[in-house]
Design a protein around this ligand. Structure first.
Ligand code: AVI
Length: 323
């Protein structure tokens, strides 16, 4: 009975039901209309994101995936002194639990895995699958908003935080500092963090990664409007918005927007929002960091840099940090 290795999902923070509504009404009411990218990921959005990861143009996912076996081999050596007690990995915002497999495959004494994610149902299913495959790893999923302080179960192993995918880039630098502080507080002194960070590079490569030929990123971006229509009684006419993404060089980030093709009024939960022709909703930032820029950000959150791995042509970075 493998599933006994998965303990029940531990609810850590209650998420108010109407937070989505509050955020949307507030964001659409601001002079630069904005929506938080965390709302991209309903079932359809998560599916579209998985399709993005398969795109030729979208290099971050496959580049990091290809780095992980080598990183795991180095970590196996780095943590060799802790073999006896084992190593616990806390994954913040665990999605498909795919990347963790590469760490488990490469680090035989990894014996504890604590995925933290907002979506309990998905987390429970994915955790059970993982436990069946790796019965030697005790899996304890925690249902929580991973961006805040997370109460971790009592533990005896050394902890390694895991935050892959360059999701840190979707936060403003200030938010990233706060979040890294929270991870440090949650895991405590003596813990480590393995984090994936996208690098600054040729603007054309960045541009195509967020403006793919097949239009999947455009569908991903527009899906947030569909979600508002469905869940918050909105009446966005999706055809009246177009996807745009560009690299903002001075801020070092890709910005995604939805641009209104016409002057129009949209209603969400009974509230009206006027759009001028060409006005945009800012839906996402994706920051790209030079190695030293990211190391500075980490230092501001109390993390020291132990090591950086760089993919070929410096396409992507992974950092090992220490609290
Ligand atoms: C999840 N995150 C790191 C992706 C990124 O590249 O910023 C989200 C994404 N947005 C458009 N394409 C992918």
């Amino acid at each position: 009975n493998y599933s006994s290795a998965v303990t029940a999902v531990v609810p850590s923070v209650a998420v108010p039901d109407n937070l989505f509504l509050q955020d949307v009404l507030q964001g659409l009411g601001e002079p630069q209309k904005r929506l938080s990218p965390k709302y991209f990921y309903d079932a359809e959005g998560s599916h579209l994101f998985n399709q993005i990861c398969e795109l030729e143009e979208y290099y971050p996912y496959r580049t990091e995936l290809a780095m992980l076996p080598g990183v795991a081999a180095d970590l196996r050596e780095f943590f060799a002194g802790h073999q006896q007690k084992g190593l616990g990995v806390v994954e913040f915002g665990a999605g498909s639990l795919h990347k963790i497999r590469l760490l488990i495959d490469g680090i035989p004494f990894l014996n504890r895995y604590i995925p933290v994610d907002i979506c309990g149902e998905h987390l429970r299913m994915a955790s059970q699958g993982l436990s069946r495959r790796y019965p030697q790893v005790k899996v304890t999923p925690i249902e929580a908003d991973f961006t805040g302080y997370v109460t971790l179960p009592e533990r005896s192993t050394r902890l390694l935080g895991f935050f892959p995918g360059s999701t840190i880039g979707n936060m403003l630098p200030d938010e990233a500092i706060h979040f890294m502080h929270h991870m440090r507080d949650s895991m405590g002194m003596g813990s480590h963090l393995l984090i994936g960070v996208d690098t600054k590079k040729d603007t054309r490569i960045l541009h195509w990664a967020y403006n793919d030929q097949a239009g999947i990123t455009a569908r991903f971006n527009k899906n947030i409007l569909k979600r508002i229509n469905r869940e918050l009684d909105g009446n966005f006419d999706i055809g009246c918005f177009k996807h745009e993404a560009w690299y903002n060089k001075s801020l070092g980030r890709i910005e995604m927007h939805l641009r209104s093709k016409v002057a129009q009024t949209v209603t969400v939960a009974g509230e009206h929002f006027f759009f001028c022709e060409d006005e945009t909703i800012h839906t996402e930032n994706s920051y790209k960091y030079h190695p030293e820029e990211f190391a500075r950000l980490a230092a501001m959150s109390g993390w020291g840099t132990v090591k950086r791995w760089a993919a070929a042509d410096d396409m992507f970075s992974m950092f090992l940090l220490t609290a």
